[in-house]
Design a protein around this ligand. Structure first.
Ligand code: ZN
Ligand code: ZN
Ligand code: ZN
Ligand code: ZN
Length: 122
């Protein structure tokens, strides 16, 4: 039985005889053999990442049990939920927090913070 009858597509390397039914394996082959891109292998399991950051993320999440909070808009990760929320607000929603340097007070507008400081921290 060849691959056509199994309904599987063969992905052929354009630069050598290598072929694979798994597109990801072909990509890995091209990357390592022809492009010289190093893969980052997890030391704990079979996971392979193309980017060092991805491996770190994987390792933290799966093996070190480090909980990171992810931004739902981009790759940003924060160790604290509050940090991610602040990131989303300022980067994606363009809302700036103005924090009082003398207490926990936060304001969305600078003039609110100013009046707070004037009132409470004279
Ligand atoms: Zn090849
Ligand atoms: Zn792993
Ligand atoms: Zn983000
Ligand atoms: Zn204050």
């Amino acid at each position: 039985m060849d691959s056509i009858h199994l309904g599987m597509e063969n992905h052929k390397c354009s630069q050598c005889d290598y072929q694979s039914i798994n597109k990801r394996l072909l990509e890995t082959h091209v990357n390592t053999e022809h492009l010289g891109i190093k893969n980052y292998k997890c030391t704990h399991c079979a996971y392979v990442a193309n980017l060092k950051g991805d491996l770190t993320k994987h390792s933290n999440r799966v093996h070190l049990n480090v909980k990171n909070f992810n931004c739902s808009y981009c790759d940003y990760q924060g160790a604290k939920r509050g940090a991610v929320r602040r990131h989303i607000k300022s980067v994606h929603l363009h809302i700036k927090d103005f924090e009082c340097s003398q207490c926990d007070y936060k304001a969305t507008k600078k003039r609110f913070l100013d009046s707070h400081i004037r009132r409470l921290h004279k």
